[in-house]
Each structure stands twice: as structure tokens, then as C-alpha cells.
Design a protein around this ligand. Structure first.
Ligand code: HEM
Length: 407
């Protein structure tokens, strides 16, 4: 690590250990809350990797860092940066680790599958998939576990349609993606990655000349035309395939909030035409992930919030913290369905902005609308304290969501 200096001559902030703890419910991480209080820019040490990293928590600093090419993702792959997860083997082609102009070149072949018009075409099919699942729930009657019956299978089936995963392979692909996003250990995640990436390679090869609109056909074509390498196509597909999991857990938290806050549920039912802004407010408020995501490395000295981040030093941003910045969101810990404006960064910011934003939005809208409209009197079937939460995981959410309704 380089020599410690600040622009103002004050001592750099102390390095705080941030152990990965299993948080239940939708509580905001108390370590992160403490770091936010300590200053706009603090320093952290996470359970894996080496050394320490800067952490930015304010909305404007987070937006600046994530949109500034002086902070590189690619550079992180050449270093042992302090991090929350043990498994760290970025592949060529991974969007998350690419800087410009590579990032644009890689995103281009798949961008068409995630546009507004692609979502318009997908919507009726996605609704059909969801209706079939909810038909089953209604047929069997209460109680039901919403995670098992709807929130897991729905995003998995939708993302599988977008990607072009044959029905027969869907269960296996899901088993791999679930293992990869858990923090069960490097070995298990490594095996799952090997399985998934081998499968993806075979599918991409088989679709080199198929004109389909699914992502695997798009990738097969891009490889055949020499726009990206096969290695890169595999690296691109993996995270897209895994991204679908985020919807299960984010919507799990969202429904838990609706089920445990009657005034919020009442508001959604009373004004269905005005649900969109409430969904945004919930996206802002939900503590989507554990700890922090992927670091960036300063390519040159950069001054932020009175500190000099020296060339070579790693930096994390917290979108969760930025979404609770009181300078941008008055009374930030309160869920305010009338919050306006609401410039939240739940899907990130800058070139690495979530590729699946519109897909996630589409699924979230369909899920909330369909469940609220088709299951009258929807409520938890157990006391809120008995809902079990995911542990040892990067993305937070309930493990099961037992509900009942007026059949
Ligand atoms: C990146 C949030 C769903 C694919 C991200 C980032 C966030 C995020 C915060 C990181 C931005 C950064 O690195 O600075 C979410 C949330 C979701 C969701 C809250 C659901 C509610 C999805 C879905 C997919 C997806 C459904 C794909 C089908 C990706 C990919 C990236 C990404 C590929 C990396 C983009 C890049 O680095 O260029 N997401 N996401 N996400 N997400 Fe999502």
C-alpha cells in the first residue's frame, strides 16, 4: 500500500474491520451505518484478500467514483484486494471487470436482449409464466411458501427464456447459480462455476449459426463473426445467468416489507395505478446485499472529500449507503411512498450500471401486481419473527415466505 497522506494534512481515517455477519430481516447493516457516521470516506478491511480499501458512502461521491475512468475494475483482477468473498477468479469477458473500451465491445452483443423494446416483447410471456405459477398456488390453496412456489421459479424461468436455456437443463443451471452466489466456500463455488461454464461453452458452440433472439444465440453469432472470443462469451453469459437470482431475493425482501407494514400494503391496494414510485422507494430502501460489491483501483491520485486516494489504492462504493444519504433523501431511514424526487442507485451507476435493470423492473412489477391482485387478503402465515433469512450470502433475502390469503 502506498504512503498514507491526506490533502488537508489530517490523519487518514482508521482502518475498520468489516466482518461478514449474517443479518436477519431488513435491518440496515450496523457496521455500515457506523462507517457512514464516521465520514464520507473511511477505510475498511474485509474478511478475504489483502490490505485495506477506501469506502465511499455519500451519494455524490459514489456517483463520481462509479462514473470516472480514473477508477479501474480491470486493475483489481491483477491484485489481491481486500474483499468479502473467498472465491475470486474473474474470467475474460466478465462485464463487471472490464474497463472501456472493452466494456462497450463486450456489452454490445447482448445489449439487444435487455432493451425497452425487448422487455415489451417479453412482458406477455413473462406474465404467462407467472400466471401459471400463481394458478398452481391458488389451486392448492393456502398456506404457501411464496419463495418456493413463485419467487424462485419465476425469475429463473424468465431469465432462462431470455438466455435460451432449454427446459430440461433449467434445474441444473439453477443449482449451479445458487451455489455460486452463496459464500459456502471457494471449493463448492469453484465446482459450480466449472459446471456452469462448461455447459455455457457447449450451448454457445451449438448456436453459432442459429438466428434466435435468445442471448446464447446472440453470443454464438458474435463469436462466429469474431466480435468476441469464445472465452469472453462464456465470461459474459455467466453473470447474466446468475443475475436472475437477484430478483428472487430483492422481491423476497420487498414482499416481506409489504406483508409486515399494513399501511404500505393498504396503499398499494388502494392506488394500483401509483405503484411504480412505491416500488422505487422500496428498491432504494431495501438492503439488497451484504457488505460491499466489487472494488475499483485508482489509476492516478484523485482527491475526494478532502482525502487523496493515491494511484494504486483500492476503493469501494456502497450503493446501499448512498441510498440513505440524508443530503439527497430527507429522513432516509423512513420508507416514504411519496418520495419525489427519488434518484436512488439500487441498480448502480455509470458504465457498470446493472445490465438487467429493465428485466428486474419488469419482473418486480409483474410479481407485485399479480400477487396482490390475485391473492386477496394476502398476509404472513407465521409471526414475522419466524421468517427465516438467508445466511452466508452476498444477496440478502428471506429463505421462505409462508403466506396465507382469503381463498
Ligand atoms: C450489476 C443490482 C438484477 C445482471 C449490478 C450492480 C447492482 C445491481 C447494484 C452493480 C453495479 C456496479 O458494479 O457498480 C441489481 C438488483 C437487481 C438486479 C437490485 C434486482 C432487483 C439483475 C438481473 C440481471 C443482472 C435480473 C441479469 C439478467 C447484472 C450484471 C451486472 C450487474 C451482468 C454487471 C454489469 C457491469 O458490470 O457492467 N446489478 N441487479 N442484474 N447486474 Fe444487476
Amino acid at each position: 500500500m502506498t504512503e498514507e497522506t491526506t490533502l488537508t494534512g489530517q490523519a487518514p481515517p482508521p482502518v475498520r474491520d468489516w466482518p461478514t455477519s449474517d443479518l436477519d430481516g431488513t435491518d440496515f447493516d450496523p457496521v455500515l451505518a457506523g462507517l457512514m457516521r464516521e465520514g464520507p470516506l473511511t477505510r475498511i478491511r474485509l474478511p478475504f484478500g489483502e490490505g485495506w480499501a477506501w469506502l465511499a458512502t455519500r451519494h455524490d461521491d459514489v456517483k463520481l467514483i462509479t462514473n470516472d475512468p480514473r477508477f479501474s475494475r480491470a486493475e483489481v483482477t491483477r491484485r489481491q484486494v481486500t474483499r468479502m468473498a473467498p472465491n475470486f477468479a474473474p474470467r475474460p469477458g466478465s462485464l463487471a471487470w472490464a474497463d472501456q473500451p472493452d466494456h462497450n465491445r463486450l456489452r454490445k452483443p447482448v445489449a439487444g436482449a435487455f432493451t425497452v423494446s425487448a422487455m415489451k416483447r417479453l412482458r406477455p410471456r413473462a406474465q404467462e409464466i407467472l400466471d401459471e405459477l400463481v394458478d398452481g398456488v391458488v389451486r392448492d390453496g393456502p398456506p404457501a411458501d411464496l419463495i418456493e412456489r413463485v419467487l424462485e421459479p419465476f425469475p429463473l424461468t424468465v431469465v432462462s427464456e431470455v438466455m435460451g436455456v432449454p427446459a430440461a437443463d433449467r434445474e441444473q443451471v439453477h443449482a449451479w447459480t445458487r451455489e455460486i452466489i452463496s459464500t459456502n466456500g471457494a471449493e463448492a463455488a469453484g465446482r459450480a462455476k466449472e459446471g456452469l461454464y462448461g455447459w455455457i461453452r457447449t450451448v454457445i458452440r451449438a448456436r453459432a449459426n442459429t438466428p434466435g433472439e435468445d442471448v446464447y444465440s446472440m453470443l454464438g453469432g458474435a463469436v462466429a463473426r469474431g466480435e468476441i472470443s469464445e472465452e469472453e462469451a462464456v465470461g459474459l453469459a455467466g453473470p447474466l445467468q446468475i443475475g436472475g437470482e437477484a430478483v428472487t431475493h430483492n422481491c423476497g425482501q420487498m414482499l416481506y416489507l409489504l406483508l409486515t407494514r399494513p399501511e404500505l400494503m393498504e396503499r398499494m391496494r388502494a392506488r394500483p395505478e401509483a405503484r411504480g414510485p412505491v416500488l422505487d422507494e422500496l428498491l432504494r430502501w431495501i438492503p439488497h446485499r451484504s457488505s460491499v460489491g466489487l472494488a475499483r483501483i485508482a489509476l492516478e491520485d484523485v482527491e475526494i472529500a478532502g482525502h487523496r486516494i493515491a494511484a494504486g489504492e483500492p476503493v469501494y462504493v456502497s450503493y446501499l449507503a448512498a441510498n440513505r444519504d440524508p443530503a439527497v433523501f430527507p429522513d432516509p431511514d423512513r420508507i416514504d411512498p411519496d418520495r419525489d424526487p427519488n434518484p436512488h442507485v439500487a441498480f448502480g451507476n455509470g458504465p457498470h450500471f446493472c445490465t438487467g435493470t429493465l428485466l428486474a423492473r419488469l419482473q418486480t412489477e409483474l410479481l407485485v401486481d399479480t400477487l396482490l391482485d390475485r391473492l386477496p387478503g394476502l398476509r404472513l402465515a407465521v409471526p414475522a419473527e419466524e421468517v427465516r433469512w438467508r445466511h452466508r450470502t452476498m444477496i440478502r433475502g428471506p429463505r421462505t415466505l409462508p403466506v396465507t390469503w382469503t381463498a
